[in-house]
Design a protein around this ligand. Sequence first.
Ligand code: GDP
Ligand code: MN
Length: 369
Amino acid sequence: MRLFEYQGKDLFSQYGIRIPTSYVAESLEEARKSASKLGYPVVLKSQLSVGGRGKAGAILKCNNEGELVGKFSYLLTKAVNGELPRGILVEEMVEIKKEFYLSLFLDRTKRSYSLLVSTEGGIEIEKAGNKTILNVPIDGISNQDAEDIGLQLGMSGNLLISFEDFAIKLSKLMVEKEAELAEVNPAALLNDGSLIALDAKVIIDDNSLFRHPELRKFQHVSELEAQAEKSGFTLVELEGDIAIIGNGAGLVMSTLDMVSEAGGKAGAFLDFGGSATTQTIYEAIKVISKIKRIEAVVVNLFGGIVKTNLVAQAIVDAYKNNLINVPVFARISGAESDKAKDLLMGSQAKLFDNIEDAITSAVDTVKGN
Ligand code: GDP
Ligand code: MN
C-alpha cells in the first residue's frame, strides 16, 4: 500500500520527523480556510499515488487568495498520468537552504534495509550525484551508522546532528510499521540548520497490514469493500490472483501469510465473521466473483458448528449459476464432511484435509503447474 503524501507526513510527524504545517482540502472553501490559517504564500500539492508531480506542474505556489482560487480549481481537475488527485495539500511555504535525498528501503534478498542518501535532493535519485548507500540491519539503524554516513557525505555541525536524528526516526518508523520504502525527497535544510521533510513517499507491506490496525485509516476503501461491509463481511482487495475466504480474522490472516509463503499472491481476503450458512458463503463468493483478476479461491473454514455440507452446497450453487468459473480449493473442518465431499465431487472445487495442501494446489494451478 502506497500512502499518499499527506498520510506519509502524518506518520512522519508521529515519529517526530519535522514536516511543514499543512491541511488536505477537497473544496475551494476548505483550501481558502487552510491558507488563511497558514498565511500566504502557500504551496498547493496534488495528492496522487504516482510520482513526478513537480515536473507535471501539479505543485503550485500561491502568493495570495486570488492565485489560490485559480490554481486550486485547476489542480483539482488536473489528471497526472491519468490519475485525478485525492485532495490537494495546502502547505506552509518554507524557505529552503539546501535539498537532500533520503530513503530507506527493504532489500528482501538480503533481509535488511538499505539507506540511500544524496546531498542533491529534489530531483530524481537516478540523476543525483554525491550519493551513498548503507546496509542497515533489519532492527534499524544505529547512531554510529547514521553519523558515519553523514560524515561520508561531508556533513558537520548542526546538519550532522539533524541528519542523524532524522535517519534514526525514519528507521524507527520503517521497522515498527513494516514499511518497504520510506523516501524523503527532498529533505530540506532550513535556515536554523534543521532538516524538514518536504515530501513523503511511504509504502507499507500489504502482507503485514493486518498487524497494524492503526494504519487501516490510510487504506482506500473500494466500492466493493464498502458493499461487502454492508453484507457484514470484511473484504480487503489486494493485488494478486488468489482469493481467500474464511471465518474469523485471525484464520484468514494466517491463511494469507501461508499463501505468500507458498509463493502465491493474494488478490483479496474475505472474512465473513462468525457463522457460516449456505447463504453467507454464497454471498461471499458473489463478492469475490466481481474481482476479475481472481484465478483461484482458497476457502479455509474452521469450526465445530459449521455444517460443511452447507458450505459445499453454496460452492456447488455458485458454479451451477455461473457465478464463478475459477477453481475453489477448500479446507473445511467440521461436521458432515463426507456429505460435503460427495456434493463437491465432479465440480471445479476440491476439498482438502489440511490447508497447506489446499494452498499448494491453488498456487500450482495459478502458476499453471
Ligand atoms: P514531487 O515532484 O512529487 O517530488 O514533489 P515535492 O513535494 O518533492 O516538491 C517538488 C519540489 O517543489 C521540491 O523539490 C521543492 O524544490 C519545491 N517545493 C515544495 N514545497 C516547497 C516549499 O515549501 N518551499 C519551497 N521553496 N519549495 C518547495
Ligand atoms: Mn519529491
